[in-house]
Ligand binder design. Sequence first.
Ligand SMILES: Cc1cc2nc3c(=O)[nH]c(=O)nc-3n(C[C@H](O)[C@H](O)[C@H](O)COP(=O)(O)O)c2cc1C
Length: 192
Amino acid sequence: MKKLISLLIVAFMTMGASLAEGALVTYFSHTGENYNVGVIEEGNTAKLAKVIAEQTGADLFEIVPVVDYPQSYDECLEAATAEQREGARPEYVGDVENWDQYDTIFIGYPIWWGEIPNIVYTFMENHDFAGKTVIPFNTHEGSGQAHSQRDIENALPDATVLHGLAVRGATAQNDADATAKAVSDWLSGLGM
Ligand SMILES: Cc1cc2nc3c(=O)[nH]c(=O)nc-3n(C[C@H](O)[C@H](O)[C@H](O)COP(=O)(O)O)c2cc1C
């Protein structure tokens, strides 16, 4: 019996270690003026991404636009409208090193006009997701996930997409305890 318990402990430890080594949290997040939170130096989704990385031991990769979005909220709304209308694929700086080493990819974004920002599509189209497990997460100010869960499933047909987490932007920005709890509840629901 003792031997069995030790074996199980080792098995669980190995599972934990393999998630930490094989998991990546990638996200896009906008700083500057935003709805409900004023002018912020770290984006709401960035804060959420860091909590997920901390709780899972995953690596982090931020999708940073080559051409910055406007700092002003109204101008950012206009920029998002324009890129959605044009189906733009904005470029980002650098890329993930050692993509093949990751089998679990968390993908984070704010909801923009009910959609995933176009730059996140640039990222998804730049990588091979065959055989990967993808876990979406997002911040918003009322839309929840909108239809982004389905959009990711459609964009990444070769991946297994698990159920995502949506957190209010203002909560991610200002309430670390509530954010940590939302993340841990969600991760346990996913069996992590
Ligand atoms: C261009 C733009 C469009 C937005 N559209 C929506 C929306 O349709 N639904 C919603 O709930 N929130 C919307 N928001 C609010 C953001 O989703 C929310 O503030 C989010 O937490 C921002 O995350 P970030 O700081 O990581 O960029 C919008 C914000 C911006 C800047």
